[in-house]
Design a protein around this ligand. Structure first.
Ligand code: ADP
Ligand code: ZN
Ligand code: ZN
Length: 745
C-alpha cells in the first residue's frame, strides 16, 4: 500500500512535469487509485488535483508533506479516465508516465481557441440614460460614447469598441465596475466540418446489416458477454452503414462515440457520409490540423458540443465524459501501432478505454489481423460477418501472372503481355485502370549488375531511392547524393534500377500508351496540402485513364469506372524481414483487388509475381480469407510467433557503439537471469543487429523475447526497466520497448 501520492494540481500540459507530493492518510489507503480526482491543500487554498502516481518513495522531508483531504466523489471524468489509461499504457508498453500522459492528454497551446469578448448593457434602460446624461455633463466623452453605442445596440464586440470607437480598456473596466455593462467571453472554436451541408439522410439497412446491429446491441446489455466485436466484411459490404446505425443508438442514449479511420482513408467522401447523417455533432481530427486546431476539437468534445469524433489513432484520446462506443475501421492497418514511445496499439488501448466506461469496441475489416481473428475464434471477441456486397456486384475475376515465365519469353518490361493487352482494351472502351506498386521502400533501388551491391545511405544502412531529379534520397533521414555513374564498390559502369519506382513506371507506361492520360500518386505527389484529395478527385472525374500508385491508392475512394487493377510486383511485401510478410501481402492484394468492379461494370485483377505459388498470393487470388488464415496460423504456431505467442523487442540506440554493446549485453544477461529465477515462461535471444543497423547516425541493437503469456512479458519489461534505472544510468544509451511490433525494427 502506497504511502505517498504524486499529484498534478493543474491539468494544463505545460505544467505536466510539475507534480506535488502528498501523504495518503490511513483512511484513504485502500480506496485511492491512480487517476482519481482529490482535494488537496495548496498554500492557503484547497485545489482539486489528479493522482498521477502512488509510491513509497518520498521526494522531500516527510514533515513538510501535507495529507490529501478527500477523494472527490463521482470523479469519473474524462481526465481521470485518461490518466488511468496513461498508467495502463505505461505498464503495458513501457516508457515513462510522462510520455504516456503526453500521449493521452490533449496538448494545450498558448495560441488556443480564439476568444471573443462581447459587451452587454447590464443596466435598465431608463437608468442608463440618466448615467449617460451624467457622463455628458462631466465631459467624460469616452464613457459617454461607449454608453450611447450600447444603448443603441444592446451588445457590442469588444474589439469593435476598442478599435472603432476608440475607447480604452480602462474605460470599459470602469463601466463594468459601476455595473453598467458586463463582459461575456465566447470561445469561437474552429469547426473543421461546419462548411458542410447536413441532410440528416440515412439508409434502411438490409437484413444482414440489421442482424449485425441487433446482435451487438443485444450482447451489449448482457453483462458476461464479450464487449468487443469483430465485423468481417469485404469492402462494399456496408460496414460503414452499420457503424452509423450503432452510433445513432449510442448518441440517442446521451453517450459519445469515437471512430478511428486510417488517415489515408479519412477522405472528404467519408467525412461527408457521417456529416450527412449526424450534422454538427461530428468532428474530425487529422495530422494536417495545427495543435491549436486539434486542441479546439478536444475542448468541444469535453464541453459536450460534439458526440462523434472521427480521426486516426490519436482520436482515441478524445476526452468524452460518457463514451459509449469505439469503432476501429480497417483494423488491420499498421498505422494503428504507434512508432513512438509508448509504442501502443490502438486496438488494445481502445478495448481498455472502452471498458473504463462500459463501452463497446467494434473492429471492422475485410482482412482482419491474425491477432483479432484468432481472438475471435478463441471466443474473446464476437465474430460477425457481412458476406455479400450491398450492391450484389460480383467480386472481380483475378489472375496471377508468372513474371519468371515472362522473362523467359523475352518480355523485360514491367508490364506482362496479359496486363498490356487488358490495358489496351480498357483504353479503347474508355474504362479506367489502376496500377498498384507494392512498396515504396523497396523501389527505385540502384544496384550494380556486376557486383550486386545496392547503393546505401551512409547514415541509416538502408538502400537509397532514385528520384528523377538525378538524386539518390534516403527516406529515413533525407540524405541526398547525385546518382553515381559507376559503382562505388567495384567501379563497374553497369548500374541499373533493379526495381522501378512509381515515377519510372509512369514513364514506361506513357511510352507504351502514348495517348493515355496518366496520374501518379505517391509520397512525392501527395506531399503538398490537398495533393492526395486533388489526385483522387481528378481520377474520380475521369480526367485520367490510368492511376499509378503505392499502397495509398488501395483505400478510400470508390471509382465505379475502374474495371482493371494491375498489381505490378506482388512479392515485394513478402520479403520484408519480419513475420508479417505473408499477412501484409494477402491484405494488400485483397484490398487492391477490391478496387476493381465497384460500379455496374465487372472488374478484373492481374497480379504479377515472381513467386506465384505462394499461399498468400494464391489465397488472395481466390479472395479466400479462411484459407489464408489456416495456412498462416499454422506457420505462426510452428514458429511461436504472435498471436500464438507474444513478442517483446527491446531496442537500444546510441551514438556510441561500444556503450550500446555493453548495455545490451547487461540487459541480455540480467534478462536471462530473471527468466530463470522468476520462472518466467519466456525465451530470449540477442543482442543482435536489427534490419536497420544504424539510423540518423545512431547505432541500433535489439533483444527479442518471446513468451506464450503477456503477463510474463510485462514482468520482464518491468524488471529490465529497473535494470535500466539502476545499472545503465551512466551509459549513453536509449532503450525502447515494443510489444508485438508491426512495422519491423
Ligand atoms: P464498407 O464500409 O463495408 O466498404 P459501405 O457502408 O461503404 O461499405 O457500403 C458500400 C456502398 O453500399 C455504399 O455506397 C453505401 O452507400 C451502400 N449501402 C450500404 N448499405 C446500404 C443499404 N442498406 N442500402 C442501400 N445502399 C447501401
Ligand atoms: Zn559493383
Ligand atoms: Zn539516411
Amino acid at each position: 500500500m502506497a504511502r505517498f501520492a504524486n499529484i498534478i494540481v493543474d491539468i494544463s500540459l505545460e505544467k505536466l512535469d510539475k507534480t506535488f507530493q502528498y501523504q495518503v492518510p490511513p483512511g484513504l489507503e485502500h480506496e485511492i487509485q491512480v487517476g482519481m480526482q482529490v482535494k488537496v491543500p495548496f498554500g492557503r487554498r484547497t485545489l482539486t488535483g489528479f493522482v498521477l502516481e502512488l509510491t513509497d518513495e518520498i521526494a522531500c522531508d516527510p514533515q513538510k508533506l501535507k495529507p490529501i483531504m478527500e477523494i472527490c466523489k463521482d470523479s469519473v471524468q474524462a481526465e481521470s479516465q485518461l490518466i488511468e489509461l496513461a498508467e495502463w499504457m505505461r505498464k503495458h508498453y513501457g516508457g515513462t508516465l510522462n510520455q504516456a500522459l503526453k500521449t493521452v492528454l490533449p496538448v494545450k497551446e498558448k495560441t488556443k481557441a480564439v476568444e471573443r469578448k462581447i459587451l452587454h448593457l447590464a443596466m435598465e434602460e431608463g437608468k442608463a440614460r440618466e448615467m449617460l446624461g451624467l457622463f455628458e455633463a462631466k465631459r467624460s466623452t469616452a464613457k459617454a460614447r461607449l454608453l450611447r453605442a450600447l444603448l443603441e445596440e444592446k451588445q457590442l464586440e469588444y474589439t469593435l469598441v476598442t478599435q472603432k470607437l476608440g475607447v480604452t480598456a480602462a474605460v470599459i473596466r470602469a463601466l463594468e465596475e459601476k455595473g453598467i455593462l458586463t463582459i461575456e467571453t465566447r470561445t469561437s472554436y474552429r469547426n473543421p466540418v461546419s462548411h458542410l451541408d447536413s441532410k440528416g439522410y440515412h439508409m434502411v439497412l438490409n437484413p444482414e446489416q440489421q442482424r449485425v446491429v441487433d446482435t451487438i446491441l443485444l450482447q451489449r446489455d448482457i453483462p458476461e458477454a464479450s464487449k468487443v466485436f469483430l465485423l468481417k466484411g469485404v469492402t462494399g459490404s456496408g460496414k460503414t452503414e452499420v457503424y452509423m446505425e450503432l452510433i445513432s443508438h449510442v448518441i440517442a442514449e446521451g453517450k459519445q462515440a469515437i471512430v478511428l479511420i486510417p488517415e489515408i482513408a479519412l477522405t472528404y467522401q467519408t467525412v461527408m457520409r457521417f456529416y450527412n447523417r449526424f450534422g454538427d455533432q461530428v468532428s474530425i481530427l487529422n495530422s494536417r490540423m495545427t495543435k491549436a486546431e486539434r486542441y479546439d476539437q478536444y475542448l468541444r468534445a469535453k464541453n459536450g458540443e460534439i458526440a462523434i469524433m472521427i480521426g486516426p489513432r490519436s482520436a482515441l484520446f478524445t476526452p468524452f465524459s460518457n463514451l459509449g462506443m469505439i469503432i476501429i475501421d480497417e483494423e488491420h492497418e499498421t498505422s494503428y501501432k504507434s512508432e513512438t514511445v509508448p509504442k501502443y496499439h490502438a486496438r488494445e488501448t481502445a478495448i481498455f478505454r472502452a471498458a473504463q466506461s462500459g463501452a463497446i469496441t467494434v473492429l471492422g475489416s475485410a482482412t482482419p489481423t491474425m491477432e483479432s481473428y484468432y481472438l475471435a475464434k478463441e471466443g474473446c471477441y464476437t465474430l460477425l460477418e457481412l458476406k455479400e456486397r450491398v450492391k450484389q456486384n460480383p467480386l472481380p475475376r483475378c489472375e496471377v501472372i508468372d513474371l519468371r515465365q515472362e522473362l523467359r519469353q523475352g518480355n523485360r518490361s514491367i508490364l506482362s503481355e496479359r496486363l498490356q493487352e487488358l490495358m489496351e482494351d480498357r483504353l479503347k472502351r474508355g474504362q479506367q485502370t489502376m496500377l498498384f506498386l507494392n512498396r515504396r521502400g523497396l523501389t527505385g533501388v540502384l544496384s550494380c549488375r556486376a557486383c550486386g551491391q545496392a547503393l546505401k545511405c551512409p547514415h541509416c544502412d538502408v538502400t537509397l531511392s532514385q528520384h528523377n531529379n538525378g538524386k539518390m534520397i534516403c527516406h529515413y533521414c533525407g540524405y541526398e547524393e547525385p546518382t553515381p555513374k559507376v559503382c562505388p564498390s567495384c567501379g563497374s559502369k553497369y548500374l541499373g534500377g533493379f526495381k522501378a519506382g512509381t515515377q519510372k513506371i509512369e514513364e514506361l507506361v506513357q511510352r507504351r500508351f502514348p495517348t493515355a492520360r496518366i496520374l501518379r500518386m505517391d509520397y512525392d505527389t501527395t506531399r503538398k496540402k490537398d495533393g492526395y484529395e486533388k489526385i483522387l478527385s481528378a481520377f474520380a472525374n475521369q480526367e485520367a485513364d490510368i492511376l499509378i500508385g503505392t499502397q495509398m491508392i488501395v483505400k478510400g475512394h470508390d471509382f465505379p469506372n475502374v474495371t482493371l487493377v494491375g498489381v505490378l510486383a506482388a512479392d515485394m511485401s513478402l520479403h520484408v524481414n519480419d513475420y508479417h510478410g505473408a499477412e501484409r501481402t494477402f491484405s494488400l492484394l485483397t484490398q487492391a483487388a477490391g478496387r476493381a468492379g465497384r460500379g455496374d461494370l465487372p472488374g478484373e485483377v492481374v497480379i504479377q509475381s515472381y513467386d506465384p505459388e505462394h499461399y498468400a498470393i494464391q489465397t488472395a487470388k481466390e479472395q479466400n480469407y479462411e484459407a489464408f488464415y489456416e495456412r498462416e496460423i499454422s506457420y505462426r504456431r510452428l514458429m511461436h510467433y504472435p498471436p500464438i505467442w507474444n513478442m517483446l523487442v527491446v531496442l537500444g540506440t546510441s551514438e556510441n557503439y561500444q556503450e550500446l554493446s555493453e548495455a545490451m549485453e547487461i540487459l541480455s544477461e540480467q534478462g536471462q537471469k530473471a527468466i530463470c529465477t522468476k520462472n518466467l515462461q519466456l525465451q530470449a535471444f540477442g543482442p543482435t543487429d536489427p534490419s536497420i543497423g544504424k539510423m540518423n547516425d545512431l547505432y541500433r541493437k535489439v533483444l527479442y523475447i518471446k513468451g506464450a503469456g503477456y503477463q510474463d512479458l510485462i514482468a520482464i519489461k518491468d524488471y529490465l526497466e529497473k535494470v535500466i534505472r539502476d545499472d545503465l544510468k551512466q551509459k549513453d544509451v536509449s532503450i525502447q520497448f515494443d510489444f508485438n511490433p508491426m512495422n519491423g525494427v
